[in-house]
Design a protein around this ligand. Sequence first.
Ligand code: VAH
Length: 312
Amino acid sequence: SILILGACGQIGTELTFELRAKYGSENVVASDIREGGQTLMESGPFELLDATNYEAIEDVIMHYEIEEVYLMAAMLSATAEKFPMRAWNLNMNSLFNVLNLAKDNKISKIFWPSSIAVFGPNTPKNNTAQNTIMEPSTVYGISKQSGERWCEYYFKKFGVDVRSVRYPGLISWKTMPGGGTTDYAVEIYHAALEQGKYQCFLNQDTKLPMMYMDDAIKATISLMESNPEKLKVRSSYNLGSMSFTPKEITESIQKHIPDFEVTYVPDFRQEIADSWPSSIDDTAAKHDWNWKPEFDLDSTTAEMLNNLKKTS
Ligand code: VAH
C-alpha cells in the first residue's frame, strides 16, 4: 500500500485522487496534520499524522502494511521566511523520518518533492541546468537543497530508493495552495471569475517556470513507475513545461474575460521570485524517463476557468 504525508496540500490532494484511481482507494492511505475536504475524506482511508513524528508514521506503516511513501508535507517559500525554524523542522525532520524508515527496510520506495527554489540569485536564469550553481537565498530553498543532498546520500550509502523532481510553480483548481510565492498564478484565476480584478504581489515582468497540476502529477507517477536502472539523478530531476510572467497570464485570461483588470503591487515575495530561474532545462528527465509535458499557458487557462466555473 501507499501512504501520502501532507495529503491535504495542493499537490497531496491531487496525488491522493490520482493514486486511488490508479491503485484502488483502499490501497492509498491519505494523512495530514489536519483533515481535508469532504471529497478527499470520503474517498478512502485517512489518518491524522504529524510528519515530524517518527513513531506515529511507523505505526501507520505497520498497521496498513505500507510499502511506498509520498512525502508531500512541507512549509513553502513565503511562509518559511516568516517561521524559519518551524520550516526547517518540518521540511527536514519529515524527510529524515521517511529516509530512515526506508534505510531500516520498513518501506521500499519514497517520493520527495524538491523545487526550483533550490536555485539562487547567482544561478544562470535561462534554461537553468540540472547541475549548476545552487546558492538558494530562501529558508525553503535551503531546506530543499539540503534535502536533495540527503536523498542522494541515503541512495548511495544505503540503497534507499528515493525519487524526486524539482517542481516549478504549480497551477491547480481542486485545492488552494498555501504560502507559496507562485500562488499568484492560482489566485488570479479565482479573482478573474469572482471579482473581475486582481492585485498581483509580483511585478508584471517576473518570468517564472510554471506547470499545470495534471502534468506535475503525471510526472510524479511516471518517475515512481520508472525502471530504477534508468534513473541517473538521485538528488532531484529538473522538471519543466512552460514559463510566463504575470502580464502573460493576465493576457491569457483576458482572451476569455476581456475586461479583467490586474494591478501589480510587489511585496516581500518579489525578492523570493527574483532569486529563482526564468526557465528550466529538463533534458535529464526527458532522457532518463521520457518526460513530456502536455499543457501550455492557454490550455491551462481554459482548464482552470472551465473547472472553476463548474465548482463555483
Ligand atoms: C512556492 N509553490 O511558491 C512553491 C514552489 C517553485 C515554487 O516551491 O514556494
